[in-house]
Design a protein around this ligand. Structure first.
Ligand SMILES: Cc1cc2nc3c(=O)[nH]c(=O)nc-3n(C[C@H](O)[C@H](O)[C@H](O)COP(=O)(O)OP(=O)(O)OC[C@H]3O[C@@H](n4cnc5c(N)ncnc54)[C@H](O)[C@@H]3O)c2cc1C
Length: 460
């Protein structure tokens, strides 16, 4: 990269926060997707809003492709930099919780705040921030907004988009755009916050978020339903939703996941089971919670659960829930490569999707473990393989194609929460149509005329 330009970045940010050494830049060449790394030409870490705006302006004026990076935990190649003279902007120093407003139930934060640290700070003030992606101890709130992250509580409490009240972001001129407010209602102007949700770093660079908080539930009951047949577990999911009961958590883990997760976490999971459901109901009245829990338990039994284990206390529940959050790292220990997908279907189609994933595993002779937010229809079929084995990886790619085709046939979607990034951009038109791609390209061109914001991602 041009030495004078590097000097200009140093002038804005200070030498310490402009990384030029290859060894330093290499750390920002990849994310959690199974894709080839690319080393950026320069990595910078602004420490405040003004520095962030000046960085964006200088980079854009000089034609540098810009990738904003939270913690790099996305699974779609969303922060793999562009080839050539590209810039990675880190948000790790933009990590202040600016305000937690208890009477008005909102918080104002910078985008680099770690999700679980924010949830803990909010909880210490007697409030609740529900979105809890499995990566919450590492992921940033900015990354959560840019990917509309979900979590174990998505079924009842919704996902990140349901908590974004306002956002400030820098446009390509380095101008600060403000949208939304600290009020519950706000229809001033276009819903630019809605546009920034799932924007994957392609439309602007977030500098501040206003997030909704809610009162925490007063009562809850958590249980594990054990099955000897995975189809019966998935039928139970559809039955619970069809009975109009809304647990806050309704997760599934199949036999392969149970085996690897138990080996990794020693949480006491039933490794002999074909599948388990992790279910939690909560609410403001203990009696209502008990009634819902009873209905859920009788549906589990009716649909073939062989055993139902009730968590005796929060510690027992947290141990199992934490094991579930560790499903991906546990599976990743099994083979050199872990290809995790995110196919999502209407809830009533969960049994069909689960059956098809198992059919696809047999057809392509692959080991696929399935876990996920079953109550949201969001499954994570995870293929355990070795990318270096070309013949095996060809089967993996064919299996992934078929998983997506199946999800779309079932009126589902390519991605429930992991985003499109580089990994899935080629399938976008299959789910939508040409007019949708053209409309999105026009929007992108208007907001990023030089095509520098995370080029090569999402809409290509
Ligand atoms: C073990 C594991 C478990 C996971 N579990 C879940 C889960 O349960 N639910 C779920 O939804 N996801 C999950 N994920 C995926 C991932 O963690 C989430 O998508 C998370 O939101 C990414 O946050 P991040 O800070 O790592 O973002 P990054 O990966 O750094 O970035 C993601 C995207 O956000 C953009 N971005 C980041 N900050 C900004 C900003 N300030 N302005 C504009 N764009 C920005 C980036 O350019 C990129 O496109 C999991 C991942 C792993 C590895």
């Amino acid at each position: 990269m041009n030495a004078n330009l590097v000097k200009e970045f140093v002038g804005i940010l200070g030498k310490e926060y402009v990384l030029t050494e290859e060894a330093d830049r290499q750390s920002y060449s990849y994310d959690a997707a199974v894709l080839a790394p690319r080393i950026p030409a320069l990595v910078v870490a602004p420490g405040n809003q003004e520095q962030l705006g000046r960085t964006v302006k200088l980079a854009y004026e000089n034609g540098l492709p810009i990738t904003v990076r939270g913690s790099g935990t996305n699974l779609s190649g969303g922060v793999i930099p562009e080839p050539g003279d590209s810039l990675v902007i880190l948000t790790n120093r933009l990590n202040r919780i600016i305000e937690i407003n208890e009477p008005d139930l909102y918080a104002v934060v910078e985008p680099g705040v770690i999700t679980s640290q924010f949830a803990d700070a909010v909880s210490a003030r007697g409030l609740f921030y529900p979105p809890d992606p499995g990566s919450q101890t590492v992921s940033t709130l900015g990354g959560n907004v840019a990917l509309n992250a979900g979590g174990l509580r998505g079924l009842k409490y919704g996902v990140t988009k349901d908590y974004l009240m306002g956002i400030e972001f820098f446009d390509y001129n380095g101008e600060l755009v403000k949208t939304g407010s600290r009020t519950v209602k706000c229809v001033t102007g276009y819903n630019l916050g809605g546009m920034m949700i799932s924007s994957e770093g392609t439309l602007g660079v977030f500098s501040q978020l206003i997030l909704k908080l809610v009162p925490p539930p007063k009562a809850s009951k958590a249980m594990m339903a054990v099955y000897g047949d995975i189809n019966k577990a998935s039928e139970t999911v559809a039955a619970i939703i069809a009975a109009h009961i809304l647990p806050c958590t309704l997760e599934i883990l199949d036999q392969k996941c149970l085996k690897y997760v138990e080996a990794h976490t020693k949480a006491g999971l039933p490794t002999e089971a074909a599948a388990i459901l992790l279910i939690e109901v909560d609410g403001s009245h203990a009696q209502g919670v008990e009634e819902d829990a009873d209905k859920v338990m009788s549906l589990c039994k009716k649909h073939g659960a062989t055993e139902i284990r009730i968590a005796r206390d929060a510690a027992e529940k947290n141990k199992i829930w934490e094991a579930r959050r560790n499903a991906l790292p546990a599976l990743a220990r099994a083979r050199p490569t872990t290809v995790l997908e995110d196919a999502t279907v209407p809830r009533s189609k969960i049994p069909a999707m689960v059956a098809d994933i198992n059919r696809i595993a047999d057809k392509y002779k692959l080991e696929i473990g399935t876990f996920g937010h079953a109550g949201d229809g969001n499954l994570h079929p995870t293929i355990l393989c070795d990318r270096r084995d070309k013949e095996e990886f060809r089967r993996v790619e064919e299996a992934v194609d078929e998983i997506f085709d199946t999800a779309l046939k079932l009126q589902g979607t390519l991605s429930g929460e992991h985003g499109i990034g580089m990994a899935k951009a080629k399938w976008m038109e299959k789910e939508t149509n040409r007019a949708t791609i053209n409309f999105s390209k026009n929007l992108r061109r208007a907001l990023d005329p030089k095509y520098l914001f995370n080029a090569g991602k999402k809409i290509i």
